[in-house]
Structures are given as structure tokens and as C-alpha cells.
Design a protein around this ligand. Structure first.
Ligand SMILES: Cc1cc2nc3c(=O)[nH]c(=O)nc-3n(C[C@H](O)[C@H](O)[C@H](O)COP(=O)(O)OP(=O)(O)OC[C@H]3O[C@@H](n4cnc5c(N)ncnc54)[C@H](O)[C@@H]3O)c2cc1C
Length: 382
């Protein structure tokens, strides 16, 4: 009898937060799931490792304490000599190292019965006759359904005929905190962002105990030489030199196909990330849950995984967060056109600054933020 390795019910490509979550949900419901990743695990991924409260709430389990590097109650934004800071009564985010966080998510999927194959890259995906064929560096696999969770350069998205998702370039590195004492105290429990270094985007310093994730992200679509700014930024903070890694964050909120015959896309592969802040883990996990729910509903009703039926997943994403990402994209475009206006609102008004944080905490939507700001526009700009 063929085993799960030869004839899985679902092949999940990519074992980041999106892939592992989809694999866990589906395996927990009794499906035979194969989870593939091109990298040997545990592996690191360029990421600031900030998990907002809403991302934590969606995980579906309590994150083990040893994976949490810091619990953050404060958010600080710096623009030249201007500093805005909010300290909340409760943590609104935690920081993690991605190699630990992603390993835990894979282990959760394995505990539910998913078979994990690290170090196996998918080279191509073809659909036809009610099946999807996946060509990997080791073999050919077939399944009725493939979930593409393979990040921005998604091979599975390419099989849907989708171009690479529009994305913002970032540079980041994990940097030891100097003299640990001073640096660590200044940052402890605080997510810090720096503005005004380029037209639209920001730099971040997220604390992780004895080290910090430091990065630069340009959201304005223009070519910015981040490498040229990198050394200067580290030196301005008094940090030692560090070699950064480049990566892309999708600019979410745009229109895209996320399903087709036998195929669903989740997380970065689907282009789901906040086009204002770059937050992606919340959307990765939530879209994975919605994908699994769609698949399980079809299975329960005995319906096939055709593009017609899988479109329900796209509708579920649009309802849960897609429309709000479109509002965020509109705000991104406004900021690109008038970055000074945006920065003035952010730094000129502590109230406006707090409202922005409400979105990150999941207590306000971008739509609500946009209407709130529109009503106060003359006041914000005076
Ligand atoms: C510099 C930077 C900082 C960020 N900071 C934050 C932050 O603080 N908070 C936040 O919420 N988000 C942040 N993000 C966004 C976040 O990292 C992503 O949105 C999130 O990782 C998406 O998860 P995913 O599972 O969809 O994709 P990924 O985490 O990218 O995982 C994709 C997986 O697919 C595998 N893969 C790729 N191609 C193949 C293939 N052909 N075959 C098999 N496997 C393959 C990869 O090895 C990888 O493991 C940041 C992004 C960047 C670039």
C-alpha cells in the first residue's frame, strides 16, 4: 500500500509560519500531509522577529517561554532629534529568533502527523487531470492539492501564472548589543524605529536579550541603496559592523490569484504582508488557517479541489484581512507621494502615533485609521 510519502493528500511547499501552520491544521484533521522545505532545519530567515499580539493570538498554542526573547510594552519612533514613545500597560508584541520560532511550528505540525522533509527544494509544479505533480531535487510527487507557502520567490505561484509579488527590499542582521549593559538597557522591552533616512520606509532595532535585529526597509518602490546606508546607520547607534542579509517583504493589498485547480497560496507566496509596517507573520498564520478550513470544508462535502471551489479561500482572506490590506496599500501610496505629510502626522501628534499603534495591536483597522485621520487632517497638518 502506498504510504504518505508516495501519495499524500496534500503537499505543503515551504515550512515557514504559513506552511507549518497549514500542515498542522490539515494533519490534525487526519489528512496525510507532506511538508517540504528547501533548507535543512533549523534554519534562519532574515526577519526582525516581531510577533504582535494578534499574531500570537492566532497561533493556536502558547509560544514556549524559551522561544520568546523579549516582551515589548514600548514602541519608540526616532526622526532626527524628534522622538515619540508610547509605553503600554501590557506587552503588545514579543520578539523571537526565527530559527527557534519556525522550528517550534514545524515540530507542532510533526506532532499532528505531518511528514517533514527538510533540504528538499521544489523545482517545478504542474497541474492536470485532477492532480498536481511536484518535481523536487529528490523525486516526483503527486497529490490532489498543493499549498504554496514558499515565500516571495514562490515556485507554486509561478505554476498559477503569477508574476513575483511586488515587494519591498530590506537589509537585516542580528547584531550583538555593545557592552551589553548600556545598549541592552536602552532597548529593553522597546521596539524602536528610525525614520527619515530615505523617502518612505524605516529602519528598526528590535531587542532580543543580548542581541538585536537591526534592519532597513524601503517601502517606496524607488531604488534606494540600502547597502550604502547600512554601515552609517549601525555606526550612528554605536553598534559594531555586521554583515546584513537582503530579503523582500511583499507589498500586500494588491490583486492577485491565490488559488487555482489543486493549488492554494498562503503567506508571503500569496503576497500577504502589511504594506505599511512589513508585518507578515500574522497574515501568514491566519491565511494558513483559512486555507486549511477551506480544504477541510470541501473534503467534508465531498467536493473537488477545483479553482471554482477553492476560490472560497480567496473570499475568506478578503473578508478577514484582504480589504483592510487594500486600505493599508492606499496609505502606503499616499505616504510614497507625500512622505513629509505622513512623517509630520506621525511625529507632530502623539495621538496620531498612538492610533497607528492601535492597528499593530489589532484593535483598529487601517480603514478606521484612515477615516480617523481624514476627519482630523487640517488639525494634524496645522
Ligand atoms: C528583513 C525582514 C524583517 C521582517 N520582520 C518582520 C517582523 O518583525 N514581524 C513580522 O510579522 N513579519 C516580518 N517580516 C515578514 C515575515 O518574515 C514574512 O511575512 C513571513 O516570514 C512569511 O511567512 P511564510 O511562511 O509565508 O514565508 P517564509 O517565512 O518566507 O517561509 C518560506 C519557506 O519556504 C521555503 N522555500 C522557498 N522556496 C522553496 C522551494 N522552491 N522549495 C521548498 N521550499 C522552499 C523557504 O526555505 C522558507 O522556509 C519581515 C521580513 C523581512 C524580509
Amino acid at each position: 500500500m502506498p504510504g504518505v510519502l508516495e501519495e499524500p493528500d496534500v503537499i505543503v511547499v515551504g515550512a515557514g509560519p504559513a506552511g507549518s501552520t497549514a500542515a498542522r491544521d490539515l494533519a490534525a484533521a487526519g489528512l496525510a500531509v507532506l511538508l517540504l522545505d528547501k533548507d535543512p532545519f533549523p534554519r534562519d530567515k532574515p526577519c526582525a522577529g516581531g510577533l504582535t499580539r494578534r499574531a500570537l493570538a492566532n497561533l493556536g498554542f502558547e509560544l514556549p517561554a524559551e522561544v520568546v526573547r523579549e516582551r515589548c510594552r514600548a514602541f519608540r519612533a526616532v526622526w532626527g532629534d524628534k522622538v515619540q514613545e508610547v509605553v503600554l500597560p501590557e506587552p503588545y508584541a514579543v520578539t523571537v529568533d526565527r530559527c527557534d520560532f519556525d522550528r517550534v511550528l514545524v515540530e507542532k505540525a510533526q506532532a499532528e502527523g505531518a511528514i517533514f522533509c527538510p533540504g528538499e527544494a521544489v523545482l517545478g509544479v504542474e497541474t492536470g487531470q485532477g492532480r498536481v505533480t511536484v518535481r523536487t531535487t529528490r523525486r516526483r510527487l503527486c497529490a490532489p492539492l498543493v499549498i504554496g507557502a514558499d515565500g516571495v520567490p514562490s515556485r507554486v505561484a509561478a505554476a498559477l501564472g503569477e508574476r513575483r509579488v511586488p515587494a519591498a527590499p530590506c537589509l537585516s542582521a542580528e547584531v550583538p548589543l555593545p557592552g551589553s549593559e548600556g545598549g541592552a538597557r536602552r532597548l529593553h522591552g522597546t521596539l524602536e524605529t528610525h525614520w527619515g533616512m530615505f523617502r518612505w520606509g524605516y529602519a528598526w532595532v528590535f531587542p532580543k536579550g543580548n542581541h538585536a535585529s537591526v534592519g532597513l526597509g524601503s517601502w517606496d518602490g524607488a531604488k534606494v541603496n540600502l547597502k550604502a546606508l547600512w554601515g552609517e546607520f549601525l555606526a550612528s547607534l554605536g553598534y559594531p559592523p555586521a554583515v546584513p542579509r537582503g530579503h523582500l517583504v511583499p507589498l500586500g493589498g494588491g490583486r492577485r490569484r491565490r488559488s487555482g485547480d489543486g493549488i492554494l497560496l498562503v503567506g508571503d507566496a500569496a503576497g500577504f504582508a502589511d504594506p505599511v509596517t512589513g508585518e507578515g507573520i500574522f497574515y501568514a498564520v491566519l491565511s494558513a488557517h483559512l486555507a486549511a478550513e477551506t480544504v477541510l470544508t470541501l473534503k467534508r462535502r465531498g467536493l473537488p479541489y477545483t479553482s471554482h471551489y477553492l476560490r472560497g479561500y480567496e473570499e475568506a482572506c478578503a473578508k478577514a484581512f484582504g480589504r483592510d490590506l487594500a486600505w493599508a496599500l492606499a496609505l502606503n501610496r499616499l505616504a510614497r507621494r507625500c512622505p513629509r505629510l505622513w512623517q509630520k502626522a506621525l511625529f507632530g501628534s502623539p495621538v496620531c502615533f498612538r492610533q497607528g499603534l492601535e492597528v499593530a495591536c489589532g484593535r483598529k483597522t487601517y480603514r478606521e485609521l484612515a477615516f480617523w485621520a481624514l476627519r482630523r487632517l487640517p488639525h494634524l497638518l496645522s
